[in-house]
Design a protein around this ligand. Sequence first.
Ligand SMILES: Nc1ncnc2c1ncn2[C@@H]1O[C@H](COP(=O)(O)OP(=O)(O)OP(=O)(O)O)[C@@H](O)[C@H]1O
Length: 257
Amino acid sequence: MEKVLEVKDLTVQIGEKNVLDAINLTAYKKRVLGIIGESGSGKSMLCHAIMQTLPPVAQVIQGEILYQHDNLLHASAAKLRTYRGRHLSMILQNPATAFDQIQTIEGHFRETLKAHFKLTKKEMRQIALEALHEVQLPNPEQLLHYYPFQLSGGMLQRVMIALSLAVQASLYIADEPTTALDTINQKQILTLFNRIRLETEATIILVTHDLGVIAELADDVAVMYQGQLIEHTNVYDLFDAPQHDYTKKLLQARMLF
Ligand SMILES: Nc1ncnc2c1ncn2[C@@H]1O[C@H](COP(=O)(O)OP(=O)(O)OP(=O)(O)O)[C@@H](O)[C@H]1O
Protein backbone atom coordinates (compact mmCIF):
# COMPACT_ATOMS: atom_id res chain seq x y z
CA MET A 1 0.00 0.00 0.00
CA GLU A 2 1.28 3.42 -0.95
CA LYS A 3 1.36 6.05 1.81
CA VAL A 4 -0.16 9.36 0.75
CA LEU A 5 -0.34 11.15 4.07
CA GLU A 6 1.56 10.56 7.27
CA VAL A 7 0.96 12.48 10.46
CA LYS A 8 3.79 11.96 12.93
CA ASP A 9 3.70 12.78 16.62
CA LEU A 10 1.49 15.83 16.05
CA THR A 11 0.56 17.90 19.09
CA VAL A 12 -1.67 20.96 18.81
CA GLN A 13 -2.60 23.14 21.76
CA ILE A 14 -5.34 25.65 22.41
CA GLY A 15 -4.33 27.52 25.54
CA GLU A 16 -2.99 24.89 27.94
CA LYS A 17 -5.00 22.06 26.43
CA ASN A 18 -3.64 19.48 23.96
CA VAL A 19 -6.51 19.32 21.48
CA LEU A 20 -4.33 16.91 19.48
CA ASP A 21 -1.93 14.88 21.57
CA ALA A 22 1.00 13.18 19.82
CA ILE A 23 -1.08 11.92 16.89
CA ASN A 24 0.32 9.30 14.49
CA LEU A 25 -1.83 8.57 11.46
CA THR A 26 -1.33 7.14 7.98
CA ALA A 27 -3.62 7.34 4.95
CA TYR A 28 -3.03 5.17 1.90
CA LYS A 29 -3.66 5.60 -1.81
CA LYS A 30 -7.07 4.40 -3.05
CA ARG A 31 -8.29 3.75 0.50
CA VAL A 32 -10.87 5.39 2.73
CA LEU A 33 -9.68 6.26 6.23
CA GLY A 34 -12.63 6.79 8.56
CA ILE A 35 -12.15 8.94 11.65
CA ILE A 36 -14.59 8.45 14.51
CA GLY A 37 -14.79 9.69 18.06
CA GLU A 38 -17.03 11.60 20.41
CA SER A 39 -17.79 15.27 20.03
CA GLY A 40 -14.80 17.44 20.99
CA SER A 41 -12.29 14.59 20.60
CA GLY A 42 -10.28 16.54 17.99
CA LYS A 43 -11.51 15.15 14.66
CA SER A 44 -12.05 18.56 13.04
CA MET A 45 -8.80 19.90 14.49
CA LEU A 46 -6.96 17.03 12.85
CA CYS A 47 -8.57 17.80 9.46
CA HIS A 48 -7.72 21.48 9.80
CA ALA A 49 -4.17 20.68 10.86
CA ILE A 50 -3.71 18.60 7.69
CA MET A 51 -5.18 21.36 5.52
CA GLN A 52 -3.19 23.96 7.48
CA THR A 53 -6.36 25.87 8.25
CA LEU A 54 -6.22 25.73 12.05
CA PRO A 55 -7.83 28.66 13.87
CA PRO A 56 -5.31 31.27 15.04
CA VAL A 57 -5.79 30.21 18.69
CA ALA A 58 -4.41 26.74 17.89
CA GLN A 59 -0.66 26.20 18.04
CA VAL A 60 1.30 23.33 16.58
CA ILE A 61 3.71 22.30 19.33
CA GLN A 62 5.45 19.38 17.64
CA GLY A 63 5.19 16.86 14.86
CA GLU A 64 5.15 16.45 11.10
CA ILE A 65 2.43 16.26 8.46
CA LEU A 66 3.91 14.54 5.44
CA TYR A 67 2.01 14.71 2.18
CA GLN A 68 3.82 12.64 -0.42
CA HIS A 69 6.86 12.92 1.88
CA ASP A 70 6.77 16.75 1.96
CA ASN A 71 6.23 18.26 5.45
CA LEU A 72 3.23 20.58 5.09
CA LEU A 73 4.16 22.33 8.32
CA HIS A 74 7.27 23.68 6.60
CA ALA A 75 5.82 24.26 3.14
CA SER A 76 5.92 27.80 1.69
CA ALA A 77 2.67 29.76 1.33
CA ALA A 78 2.82 29.32 -2.47
CA LYS A 79 3.30 25.58 -2.20
CA LEU A 80 0.47 25.29 0.32
CA ARG A 81 -1.84 27.18 -2.06
CA THR A 82 -1.00 24.70 -4.80
CA TYR A 83 -1.48 21.74 -2.50
CA ARG A 84 -4.83 23.03 -1.26
CA GLY A 85 -6.24 23.92 -4.67
CA ARG A 86 -4.89 21.04 -6.65
CA HIS A 87 -4.04 18.06 -4.42
CA LEU A 88 -5.92 18.34 -1.15
CA SER A 89 -9.64 18.85 -1.12
CA MET A 90 -11.62 19.67 2.00
CA ILE A 91 -15.31 18.81 1.72
CA LEU A 92 -17.14 20.80 4.36
CA GLN A 93 -20.28 20.13 6.33
CA ASN A 94 -21.84 23.44 5.26
CA PRO A 95 -20.74 23.85 1.67
CA ALA A 96 -22.41 27.26 1.19
CA THR A 97 -19.60 28.97 3.14
CA ALA A 98 -17.02 27.65 0.68
CA PHE A 99 -18.63 29.38 -2.32
CA ASP A 100 -18.52 32.96 -3.50
CA GLN A 101 -22.18 33.91 -3.68
CA ILE A 102 -21.74 36.40 -6.54
CA GLN A 103 -19.85 33.96 -8.75
CA THR A 104 -21.63 31.44 -11.00
CA ILE A 105 -20.81 27.74 -10.80
CA GLU A 106 -18.97 28.06 -14.11
CA GLY A 107 -16.98 30.94 -12.60
CA HIS A 108 -15.93 28.69 -9.73
CA PHE A 109 -14.71 26.01 -12.13
CA ARG A 110 -12.80 28.59 -14.20
CA GLU A 111 -11.12 30.09 -11.19
CA THR A 112 -10.07 26.70 -9.84
CA LEU A 113 -8.86 25.35 -13.18
CA LYS A 114 -7.09 28.58 -14.22
CA ALA A 115 -5.03 28.52 -11.02
CA HIS A 116 -3.46 25.18 -11.90
CA PHE A 117 -3.72 24.52 -15.64
CA LYS A 118 -3.32 26.33 -18.95
CA LEU A 119 -6.67 25.75 -20.64
CA THR A 120 -9.00 27.54 -23.03
CA LYS A 121 -12.48 28.59 -21.89
CA LYS A 122 -13.94 25.84 -24.04
CA GLU A 123 -11.70 23.21 -22.45
CA MET A 124 -12.54 24.45 -18.96
CA ARG A 125 -16.23 24.28 -19.76
CA GLN A 126 -15.86 20.75 -21.04
CA ILE A 127 -14.02 19.62 -17.88
CA ALA A 128 -16.66 21.31 -15.70
CA LEU A 129 -19.48 19.58 -17.58
CA GLU A 130 -17.79 16.20 -17.28
CA ALA A 131 -17.20 16.69 -13.54
CA LEU A 132 -20.80 17.76 -12.93
CA HIS A 133 -21.92 14.74 -14.92
CA GLU A 134 -19.66 12.52 -12.77
CA VAL A 135 -21.36 13.69 -9.59
CA GLN A 136 -24.71 13.06 -11.26
CA LEU A 137 -26.11 16.55 -11.05
CA PRO A 138 -29.02 17.09 -13.44
CA ASN A 139 -28.72 19.54 -16.38
CA PRO A 140 -25.02 20.41 -16.02
CA GLU A 141 -25.23 22.92 -18.94
CA GLN A 142 -27.86 24.91 -17.12
CA LEU A 143 -26.20 24.48 -13.75
CA LEU A 144 -23.07 26.27 -14.91
CA HIS A 145 -25.08 29.50 -15.08
CA TYR A 146 -26.49 29.18 -11.57
CA TYR A 147 -25.28 31.02 -8.49
CA PRO A 148 -24.54 29.03 -5.30
CA PHE A 149 -27.59 30.42 -3.47
CA GLN A 150 -29.82 28.88 -6.13
CA LEU A 151 -28.67 25.35 -5.20
CA SER A 152 -29.54 23.14 -2.25
CA GLY A 153 -26.94 22.02 0.33
CA GLY A 154 -26.78 18.55 -1.21
CA MET A 155 -26.24 19.98 -4.70
CA LEU A 156 -23.52 22.34 -3.47
CA GLN A 157 -21.84 19.44 -1.73
CA ARG A 158 -21.73 17.64 -5.06
CA VAL A 159 -20.47 20.74 -6.89
CA MET A 160 -17.67 20.92 -4.31
CA ILE A 161 -16.74 17.34 -5.05
CA ALA A 162 -17.00 18.03 -8.81
CA LEU A 163 -14.52 20.92 -8.44
CA SER A 164 -12.08 18.52 -6.79
CA LEU A 165 -12.64 15.88 -9.46
CA ALA A 166 -11.97 18.52 -12.13
CA VAL A 167 -8.44 19.09 -10.77
CA GLN A 168 -8.01 15.39 -10.01
CA ALA A 169 -7.40 15.94 -6.30
CA SER A 170 -5.50 13.11 -4.68
CA LEU A 171 -6.67 13.51 -1.07
CA TYR A 172 -10.24 14.30 -0.05
CA ILE A 173 -10.82 15.31 3.55
CA ALA A 174 -14.52 15.19 4.31
CA ASP A 175 -15.49 16.44 7.78
CA GLU A 176 -18.98 15.13 8.57
CA PRO A 177 -20.00 15.77 4.95
CA THR A 178 -23.50 14.40 5.30
CA THR A 179 -24.53 15.70 8.74
CA ALA A 180 -26.44 18.68 7.36
CA LEU A 181 -28.15 16.71 4.58
CA ASP A 182 -31.42 14.79 4.35
CA THR A 183 -31.34 11.00 4.02
CA ILE A 184 -31.54 10.89 0.21
CA ASN A 185 -28.73 13.41 -0.22
CA GLN A 186 -26.67 11.61 2.44
CA LYS A 187 -26.93 8.38 0.51
CA GLN A 188 -26.00 10.08 -2.77
CA ILE A 189 -22.88 11.68 -1.29
CA LEU A 190 -21.73 8.41 0.27
CA THR A 191 -22.33 6.57 -3.01
CA LEU A 192 -20.28 9.23 -4.72
CA PHE A 193 -17.37 8.80 -2.32
CA ASN A 194 -17.53 5.08 -2.92
CA ARG A 195 -17.29 5.67 -6.68
CA ILE A 196 -14.33 8.01 -6.19
CA ARG A 197 -12.63 5.28 -4.20
CA LEU A 198 -13.27 2.67 -6.86
CA GLU A 199 -12.71 4.75 -9.99
CA THR A 200 -9.91 7.17 -9.13
CA GLU A 201 -6.51 6.99 -7.47
CA ALA A 202 -7.62 9.26 -4.64
CA THR A 203 -7.43 8.78 -0.89
CA ILE A 204 -10.41 9.78 1.24
CA ILE A 205 -10.36 10.78 4.90
CA LEU A 206 -13.92 10.69 6.16
CA VAL A 207 -14.92 12.03 9.57
CA THR A 208 -18.21 10.68 10.77
CA HIS A 209 -20.24 9.90 13.87
CA ASP A 210 -21.93 7.08 12.05
CA LEU A 211 -20.48 3.59 12.49
CA GLY A 212 -22.77 2.40 9.71
CA VAL A 213 -20.94 4.71 7.32
CA ILE A 214 -17.61 3.38 8.60
CA ALA A 215 -18.74 -0.22 8.07
CA GLU A 216 -19.91 0.57 4.56
CA LEU A 217 -17.11 2.78 3.26
CA ALA A 218 -13.95 2.71 5.34
CA ASP A 219 -10.93 0.49 4.70
CA ASP A 220 -9.04 1.81 7.70
CA VAL A 221 -10.29 3.50 10.85
CA ALA A 222 -8.83 5.88 13.42
CA VAL A 223 -10.61 6.33 16.74
CA MET A 224 -10.10 9.62 18.55
CA TYR A 225 -10.68 10.15 22.26
CA GLN A 226 -9.90 13.36 24.13
CA GLY A 227 -7.33 14.57 21.62
CA GLN A 228 -5.59 11.21 21.37
CA LEU A 229 -5.71 8.64 18.63
CA ILE A 230 -6.44 5.53 20.62
CA GLU A 231 -6.92 3.00 17.84
CA HIS A 232 -5.77 2.92 14.19
CA THR A 233 -6.50 -0.28 12.35
CA ASN A 234 -8.27 -1.80 9.38
CA VAL A 235 -12.06 -1.83 9.47
CA TYR A 236 -12.37 -5.59 10.00
CA ASP A 237 -10.16 -5.59 13.10
CA LEU A 238 -12.02 -2.61 14.48
CA PHE A 239 -15.34 -4.44 14.42
CA ASP A 240 -13.97 -7.91 15.23
CA ALA A 241 -11.33 -7.14 17.82
CA PRO A 242 -11.56 -3.60 19.22
CA GLN A 243 -8.65 -2.95 21.59
CA HIS A 244 -9.57 0.12 23.56
CA ASP A 245 -12.42 0.26 26.10
CA TYR A 246 -13.85 3.38 24.48
CA THR A 247 -14.01 1.63 21.09
CA LYS A 248 -15.70 -1.39 22.68
CA LYS A 249 -18.31 0.88 24.27
CA LEU A 250 -18.87 2.67 20.98
CA LEU A 251 -19.50 -0.63 19.21
CA GLN A 252 -21.70 -1.95 22.02
CA ALA A 253 -23.79 1.24 21.96
CA ARG A 254 -24.42 0.64 18.27
CA MET A 255 -25.60 -2.92 18.93
CA LEU A 256 -28.38 -1.51 21.09
CA PHE A 257 -30.09 0.23 18.16
N1 LIG B 1 -11.83 27.92 17.82
C1 LIG B 1 -11.66 27.22 18.96
N2 LIG B 1 -11.29 27.84 20.10
C2 LIG B 1 -11.10 27.16 21.26
N3 LIG B 1 -11.26 25.81 21.37
C3 LIG B 1 -11.64 25.15 20.27
C4 LIG B 1 -11.86 25.80 19.01
N4 LIG B 1 -12.22 24.86 18.09
C5 LIG B 1 -12.22 23.68 18.77
N5 LIG B 1 -11.87 23.85 20.04
C6 LIG B 1 -11.72 22.77 21.06
O1 LIG B 1 -10.84 21.80 20.54
C7 LIG B 1 -11.26 20.48 20.91
C8 LIG B 1 -11.41 19.60 19.70
O2 LIG B 1 -12.47 20.12 18.90
P1 LIG B 1 -12.90 19.50 17.50
O3 LIG B 1 -13.81 20.50 16.85
O4 LIG B 1 -11.71 19.07 16.77
O5 LIG B 1 -13.74 18.23 17.96
P2 LIG B 1 -14.56 17.20 17.06
O6 LIG B 1 -14.10 15.85 17.45
O7 LIG B 1 -14.45 17.57 15.62
O8 LIG B 1 -16.05 17.43 17.59
P3 LIG B 1 -17.45 17.38 16.77
O9 LIG B 1 -17.71 15.92 16.51
O10 LIG B 1 -18.42 17.96 17.75
O11 LIG B 1 -17.28 18.20 15.53
C9 LIG B 1 -12.55 20.66 21.70
O12 LIG B 1 -12.24 20.63 23.07
C10 LIG B 1 -13.02 22.04 21.30
O13 LIG B 1 -13.76 22.63 22.34
